[in-house]
Design a protein around this ligand. Structure first.
Ligand code: HEC
Ligand SMILES: [Cu+2]
Length: 185
């Protein structure tokens, strides 16, 4: 996960959890705040300098606790505004027949949202601008085609107990889905 914030601006966060207690912690930017189900905790973050700040969940929350990372990307206001505008754009539904789009909607769209298309799941991360991210799986893997392919083929081998199940896909189905994902810039 990457959070983008503008440099020199205090950014307010409302923190809540859908499952267990986590703790939000970006050591270079401030103290820890508990993230608790059924409650909204408030905090502020401000970065004085541009940069990428590593964060980590600091409350043991289950078997993938050590892999629950995030990056805060602090950038000058203009860069932040450009990033935000790009993220707000919707994806386009392919106009020509696209096997990857079809397979994605069959196997993935119930959990993942690609805004602007019929995929509107909310169990996993929004993938509308997947290719704009530098990492996936809560900062665990660099985002490149090899890692995406490995993740989609066998997420439980990479992150046991992650909420994305292994899904049986043929080689051609996986390849077509990867080609579609590459269009989500
Ligand atoms: C049952 C729901 C479910 C299904 C079905 C599912 N996913 Fe996921 N997916 C998730 C969850 C939950 C995560 C977050 C896992 C984590 O980081 O622990 C995830 C993570 C991902 C990520 C990493 C995104 C990021 O920013 O970290 C990608 C890429 C992805 N899924 C692609 C797919 C594709 C492609 C399919 C179809 C073949 C698919 N998923 C099917 C629930 C699902
Ligand atoms: Cu944790």
């Amino acid at each position: 996960m990457s959070l983008h914030i503008p440099v020199g601006v205090p950014v307010h966060f409302n923190l809540t959890s859908p499952d267990v207690i986590h703790s939000f912690w970006v050591p270079a930017l401030g103290g820890k705040t508990d993230v608790v189900p059924g409650r909204v905790n408030q905090m502020w973050l401000m970065a004085d300098k541009p940069g990428v700040y590593r964060g980590q969940c600091s409350e043991y929350c289950g078997s993938e606790h050590a892999q629950m990372g995030l990056y805060v990307i602090a950038e000058p206001r203009a860069d932040f505004d450009a990033w935000r505008a790009a993220q707000q754009a919707r994806a386009l539904t392919p106009t020509a027949p696209d096997e990857g789009f079809v397979q994605f909607n069959v196997h993935c769209g119930k959990c993942h949202n690609v805004r602007g298309t019929m995929a509107q799941g909310d169990k996993g991360p929004d993938l509308t601008h997947l290719m704009s991210r530098s990492t996936i799986a809560a900062g665990m893997l660099d985002n490149n085609i090899g890692n995406l392919s490995g993740w989609i083929a066998h997420p439980q081998g990479i992150k046991p107990d992650a909420l994305m199940p292994d899904i049986a896909l043929s080689g051609p189905e996986l390849q077509s889905i990867l080609s579609y994902l590459k269009t989500l810039k």
